[in-house]
Design a protein around this ligand. Structure first.
Ligand code: HEC
Ligand code: HEC
Length: 206
């Protein structure tokens, strides 16, 4: 009887020791990487490349692209602007066809004309309508080509300027930019913090 109890106790102790061994083993593994497998899987990409993908998706959205054209703005998902209007020397229209004739500081539900303070075509230097992601990145990170704009200025414009913010409140039945604005701001911060990296294949800037 005594012997059986002693054997039972021993088995119990062996199992406990085994469990303890397994547990400390797990803990050691955790300590070595400093992370559990789950937190590794959800690790944030700090290279800035994923952030750029988010940013360029916004830049190429029709709400942004329609003003960032060569000579004429576009409407809706990229159709010609009717009536025909042109950039003109100050980006605000040609002759009597001034943007401000129809566009004001806010969307006009009666005429259907969208609006925001400073409504004008984007400068020619910021026409990225025919460019690839790599080329747009190159343009935005090269002040000699983009009209002397620094990454900090680009970030500020997209975070705060009413022309950019209009993209999330475009009026009528226009589709707003599909990326949430706060997600864009976070991506901009990550991209700038990572040193504004461009996608592979970007020619080196001179
Ligand atoms: C109504 C026309 C219009 C729309 C719509 C528009 N832009 Fe622009 N954008 C401009 C103009 C004009 C400028 C030049 C502003 C300046 O130099 O002060 C500009 C400048 C910029 C710049 C350079 C900012 C700087 O000076 O550093 C960026 C980046 C930009 N736009 C992004 C966007 C994004 C992103 C959207 C959409 C969410 C957008 N734009 C929508 C007209 C527009
Ligand atoms: C004669 C009036 C008139 C003038 C002048 C005019 N627009 Fe428009 N614009 C409109 C109207 C109306 C709409 C709405 C069209 C629609 O969505 O069906 C519009 C739409 C737009 C849009 C489309 C926005 C979007 O994403 O759908 C842009 C961009 C635009 N105008 C830029 C300009 C610029 C830049 C100028 C000056 C160079 C200008 N417009 C001059 C009347 C005008």
């Amino acid at each position: 009887m005594k012997l059986r109890r002693a054997a039972g106790l021993l088995r119990h102790l062996t199992i406990s020791a085994f469990i303890l061994l397994v547990l400390t083993g797990c803990e050691n593994r955790q300590d070595m990487t400093g992370q559990t497998p789950e937190s590794q899987a959800s690790k944030v990409d700090t290279t800035g490349h994923q952030d750029w993908e988010t940013i360029v998706e916004v830049l190429l959205h029709p709400r942004c692209l329609n003003c960032h054209q060569m000579e004429m703005p576009l409407i809706k998902q990229g159709s010609p602007h009717v009536p025909r209007v042109e950039r003109g020397p100050d980006n605000m229209g040609l002759g009597t066809m001034r943007c401000s004739n129809c566009h004001s500081n806010q969307n006009n539900a009666v005429t259907g004309a969208p609006g925001a303070p400073g409504w004008a075509m984007a400068p020619i230097a910021l026409n990225w309508s025919q460019k690839s992601s790599a080329q747009i990145c190159q343009l935005l990170t090269t002040p000699q080509d983009n009209g002397g704009r620094s990454p900090a200025q680009l970030m500020q414009f997209m975070s705060e300027n009413p022309l950019a913010l209009w993209g999330w409140n475009p009026g009528g039945n226009r589709e707003p930019v599909n990326i949430p604005h706060d997600k864009l701001v976070t991506a901009l911060q990550g991209w700038v913090a990572a040193g504004t990296p461009c996608p592979p294949g970007t020619p080196p800037s001179q």
